[in-house]
Design a protein around this ligand. Structure first.
Ligand code: NAI
Length: 336
């Protein structure tokens, strides 16, 4: 086998969209040995843990994984598996390209941005306590090291992809210390890229308003953890929803590819999930592996299905009536 990739189906629609992605990659002829690993609620059944140590060890060892979403209970229960995984594997940068796709009509036709999210700090650190009954606090963590690391990643990404501008959304008017540090670190790193990449910053409330009015003004968006989470979903809404936005998490020597969306319990096991976001994450993974030809062929195939726009081949979230399998089969038939 040319490659070994860890496969984490996850919860809810995870197994459906990850299964579809595996089928598409195999149909494209990429030689991969898949190492299936438990994660999320489904892992509790077999391993007694939402994030078994052997899952972490395998991803760290192979350095690459395709992951489905996992469910996190709301207001109770275990802490987020994603947060733990990203921390344990030091997957400090999430990369989420958000662009218009052919055939998917939305309010805008000029969206082409990449959201880069700091993945290890902020309010997402999950450091919370109840001081006294009725009073709770959550700590927002920012370190110079992590802020500088993600800023450098964003500017390097901009240079390598020939992108022009990095915009930071922040709330340093209120969180002067934590968001202030994020801004100062980014401004400092920018000095090394001045003349090659433009830098811009907006207070996040204004930034969100600007984004839904005119997303074309954004190129690369650099965001701390929680802002990146929220703005990613909002941006997905500009191009057709969560079913069409892929993602990747990068660390040093390790990368985990996963769609932006969650486990969508409302449509799980009904064959309604759009697998495209996961398939596009798989395409990002193939490029990371150097399988650019297969990546191009899969991209051309889904572009062809979308351009044709036959409702019998599109899932309901993008205006069709196809099941997950029917979309996947239509895509595979277009592989040339
Ligand atoms: P969600 O992303 O699962 O769903 C939001 C809405 O989008 C739902 O109406 C859902 O049906 C729809 N949707 C999402 N993906 C879709 C797809 N591929 N095709 C068609 N429709 C799709 O967000 P929600 O409901 O807030 O969270 C559900 C669970 O997922 C929670 O437990 C949450 O913690 C978890 N989650 C996990 C993530 C991950 O593992 N990376 C990311 C986000 C949420």
């Amino acid at each position: 086998m040319a490659h070994t990739v860890c496969l984490l189906p996850g919860d809810g629609i995870g197994p459906e969209v990850v299964g579809a992605t595996k089928r598409v990659i195999e149909a494209a002829g990429v030689d991969i040995e898949w190492v299936s690993l438990p994660i999320g609620e489904t892992a509790i059944e077999f391993c007694g843990s939402v994030l078994p140590e052997r899952t972490i060890a395998a991803i760290a060892g192979h350095g690459i994984a395709l992951k489905g979403p996992v469910t996190t209970p709301i207001g109770r229960g275990h802490t987020s598996v994603n947060v733990q995984l990203r921390k344990r594997l030091k997957l400090f940068a999430a990369v989420r390209p958000v662009r218009n796709l052919p055939g998917i009509k939305t309010r805008f036709d000029n969206v082409d941005m990449v959201i880069i999210r700091e993945n290890t700090e902020g309010l997402y650190s999950g450091i919370e306590n109840e001081i006294i009954p009725g009073v709770a606090q959550s700590l927002k963590i920012a370190t110079e090291e992590a802020c500088t690391r993600i800023a450098r990643f964003a500017f390097d990404y901009a240079v390598s992809r020939e992108r022009q501008k990095v915009t930071v959304f922040h709330k340093a008017n209120i969180m002067k210390m934590s968001d202030g540090l994020f801004l100062r670190c980014t401004q400092k790193v920018h000095r090394d890229y001045d003349g090659r990449v433009t830098y811009d910053q907006l207070i996040i409330d204004n930034g969100c308003m600007q984004m839904v009015r005119d997303p074309s003004r954004f190129d690369i968006l650099l965001l701390e953890n929680l802002y990146g989470d929220i703005v990613s979903d909002m941006a997905a809404g500009l191009v057709g929803g969560l079913g069409v936005v892929p993602g990747a998490n990068f660390g040093v020597g390790c990368a985990v590819f996963e769609p932006v969306h969650g486990s969508a319990p409302d449509i799980a096991r009904k064959g309604l999930a759009n697998p495209l976001a996961c398939i596009m994450s798989g395409v990002m993974m193939l490029r990371h592996m150097g399988e650019n030809q297969a990546a191009d062929r899969i991209r051309d195939a889904y572009d062809a299905v979308l351009t044709e726009g036959d409702p019998a081949h599109l899932t309901a979230d993008i205006g069709g009536r196809a099941t997950t399998d029917q979309f996947t089969e239509a895509l595979i038939r277009k592989l040339t």
